[in-house]
Ligand binder design. Structure first.
Ligand code: GLC
Length: 564
């Protein structure tokens, strides 16, 4: 591995000329409503459960909360199949509960971001039901991608596109007269028909939905499948099978089409009507970070998730490349870089790093649990030192691993079922949180939990870890408190790399007030010797740190924050 070059530190803190915006260096915590806290004992988390647990998030020290969908939905894809965008699913509560949650969060100084799902609706959405009922030729079908099938009797799908959840991306409807009829496109489950964004009614409807929630007082939207709304003209064949393997590397006719950007220019105008503080965050999986940067040009969305970072293993060379690449790509468009290690769609980073590299982001084996947690804490500390905004996924502050032992019959992830259990382990990161050492579902709720929790869950609970020196929860609390105090953490647009041995990252940042901050991360399995960079502010692992006058020993798989 190459040795990294020495660079002269320079000021990277916020300056008078730096653009402002709370979100630029915010730490945003993802709540997955099904699995956070259950107030009514039905085994399913809900909005009232989240409201009563807001003090946990305040104490943790995050700036904002992003809620995965809680809208009216038949739950074919855990709420990402929305039947009514202006209503709360009864299992999660009511609009009044949403209002109370937003108000209480604001009173605590926490912002609220909600999910908006514009690529597809539920097959139970009125538009789709009516489109099916009215039959071929109905203008309502033009709001979706209905096409006649190929083959003699139209028995073959209109093109060769495959669903992200496995199988063909087309399903055939039965026409009102009972005959097999047209096909409709669904990039995800058959219960999630894709909308046709060429149709003006679609655009009008979503601007109105944005306004509805902005009027409710929310602070922003996470835009689901932001890269999928526009499809290549003529819906051309791809020509190969196993298209999932191409995703992320190759250009696809259904993802990341240039036409999506016009939509977001329109959305930015809607959001701007409500002032400068409301934000739009893209879930955009693109082949390169440069393509991601296009979504956050000054007149489009404010932020985009950095999935290139999330997909990177705990490896110094790879991390440095993706950090530099991300900062370089975002700088010209003036958007802050974001960083994320876990979310509701991937195996938790504790479990990813417990396993060997090269397995991707969906892993079904537990691996070396202790090693995974150790690396996860180190990776988090590295992430929180980088300039830009950071996203946390509920439960990572407890060091939760993915639950890989779930029996097939309890799994609800459609990708698991559509791929015949071969692929997709998204239920493993969605197991309800443990709040207490004992009791029904470890404090999640009084009526059990929709996915079974492992028996050792109580030891990982908020109660078990609170006040426990060295616990992952106290470690996260401390890291976030320090991040709030030190402007060199999170702010700015670049890092200055320091000379470091193979497998180690070291970078420096200097705040406006001249305070120097250094982050060192050892991704190797051996201790390494480094210069002493000042006082230790925080370490992901204290055992094994040795500091003499000028040299420090950094334990394996660990990160240290220094100042002075
Ligand atoms: C996004 C969501 C994921 C969902 C999919 C379809 O990728 O994060 O959970 O299944 O969109 O809406």
């Amino acid at each position: 591995m190459s040795q990294h070059t020495v660079a002269q530190p320079r000021t990277v803190g916020l300056t008078a000329a730096s653009p402002s915006g709370w979100w630029r260096d915010a730490v945003i915590y993802q709540v997955y409503p099904r699995s956070f806290a259950d107030s009514n004992g039905d085994g399913m988390g809900d909005l009232e459960g989240i409201r009563t647990r807001l003090p946990h998030l305040k104490e943790l020290g995050v700036d904002a909360v992003w809620l995965s969908p809680f809208y009216e939905s038949p739950q074919a894809d855990a709420g990402y199949d929305v039947a009514d965008y202006r209503a709360v699913a009864p299992m999660f509560g009511s609009l009044l509960d949403a209002d109370a949650l937003i108000r209480d969060a604001h009173a605590l100084g926490l912002r609220i971001i909600v999910d908006v799902v514009p690529n597809h609706v539920s097959d139970q959405h009125t538009w789709f039901r009516q489109a099916v009922q009215e039959g071929p030729g109905s203008p309502l079908r033009r709001r979706f991608h209905f096409r006649p099938g190929k083959g003699e009797d139209g028995e073959l799908p209109p093109n060769d596109w495959e669903s992200i959840f496995g199988g063909p991306a087309w399903s055939r409807v039965t026409e009102p007269d009972g005959t097999p009829g047209e096909w409709y496109l669904h990039l995800f489950a058959p219960e999630q028909p894709d909308l046709n964004w060429e149709h003006p009614a679609v655009d009008d409807e979503f601007r109105s939905i944005l306004r509805f929630w902005l009027d409710m007082g929310i602070d922003g939207f996470r835009v689901d499948v932001a890269h999928g709304l526009v499809k290549a003209a003529g819906l051309p064949d791809i020509g190969t099978r196993d298209q999932l393997k191409l995703l992320g590397n190759d250009a696809m006719p259904f993802f990341d089409q240039d036409g999506v950007h016009e939509i977001y220019r329109g959305w930015r105008k809607v959001v701007a009507e409500y002032g400068d503080d409301r934000v739009l965050v893209a879930e955009a999986w693109t082949p390169t970070v440069e393509r991601t940067a296009l979504y956050v040009r000054p007149d489009e969305l404010h932020q985009a998730f950095n999935f290139h970072y999330l997909s990177t293993y705990w490896d110094a060379d790879e991390l440095r490349d993706v950090i530099d690449g991300s900062l370089d790509a975002m700088r010209p468009v003036g958007a802050p870089t974001t960083w994320v290690l876990s979310n509701h769609d991937v195996t938790r980073h504790t479990t990813r790093f417990a396993n060997p590299p090269g397995l991707g982001t969906q892993i079904g084996t537990e691996g070396d649990v202790r090693l995974g947690l150790r690396r996860a804490r180190a990776a988090t500390l590295l992430m929180l030192a980088l300039p830009g905004s950071a996203y946390l996924f509920q439960g990572e502050e407890l060091g939760l691993p993915d639950v890989v032992s779930l029996p097939d019959e309890v799994r609800q992830d459609p990708s698991f079922h559509r791929a015949n259990g071969q692929d997709g382990f998204r239920d493993g990161c969605r197991v309800p949180l443990p709040w207490t050492v004992g009791g029904s579902s470890y404090g999640f709720g009084s009526g059990g939990s929709w996915l079974p929790q492992p028996e050792d869950w109580g030891g990982l609970s908020v109660e078990a870890q609170t006040g426990e020196p060295g616990s992952t929860l106290e470690f996260y609390r401390m890291a976030l408190a320090i991040r709030h105090e030190h402007s060199a953490l999170g702010a700015g647009e670049s890092v200055e790399w320091l000379h470091a041995p193979a497998g180690v990252l070291a970078f420096c940042r200097i705040a406006e007030d001249g305070q120097r901050f250094v982050c060192t991360a050892n991704t190797t399995k051996d201790p390494v010797s480094l210069p002493v960079y000042g006082q230790i502010l925080l370490a992901s692992e204290t055992a094994g740190i040795r500091v003499s006058e000028s040299q420090a020993v950094l334990p394996p798989d660990s990160t240290i924050w220094w100042t002075g």
